[in-house]
Design a protein around this ligand. Structure first.
Ligand SMILES: [Zn+2]
Length: 120
């Protein structure tokens, strides 16, 4: 039995791709990319955009990829995840904080110093 974790496992049938026209699984080799989680998928899509002859698809993929990369730059400085909305950290002037971390900081500051920083 293969005990390797997902990132070390190599090629295997992780997903079943369904053809939307027929409702049936696609039989030919199909490779699924997740650019939001995998930098290699971003690189693969950037190359695909360069070589595909379908310019409409290339433009749409480029737009989608740019929005993912923009999202990736907007990360909470405390938990490292990316969220749509961030606000300045109550601890430092440089940091950006997500609503989840803000809630935890609010509780911690209230318990430790009795100071309420308010809602996110
Ligand atoms: Zn956070």
């Amino acid at each position: 039995m293969n005990k390797l974790s997902g990132s070390e496992r190599g090629l295997y049938e992780k997903y079943t791709v369904i053809n939307n026209k027929t409702g049936k699984p696609v039989k030919q080799f199909t490779f699924t990319l997740s650019p939001e989680k995998d930098p290699a998928a971003v690189a693969a899509l950037q190359e695909y955009i360069k070589v595909t002859t379908n310019r409409t698809l290339a433009e749409e993929l480029k737009c989608h990829l740019e929005s993912i990369l923009r999202m990736d730059k907007v990360k909470c400085d405390y938990c490292g995840k990316h969220f749509g909305e961030l606000r300045s950290s109550p601890y430092t002037e440089d940091g950006e904080m997500c609503s989840t971390c803000w809630k935890m900081a609010r509780e911690a500051l209230l318990a430790s110093y009795g100071e309420d920083i308010g809602e996110f």
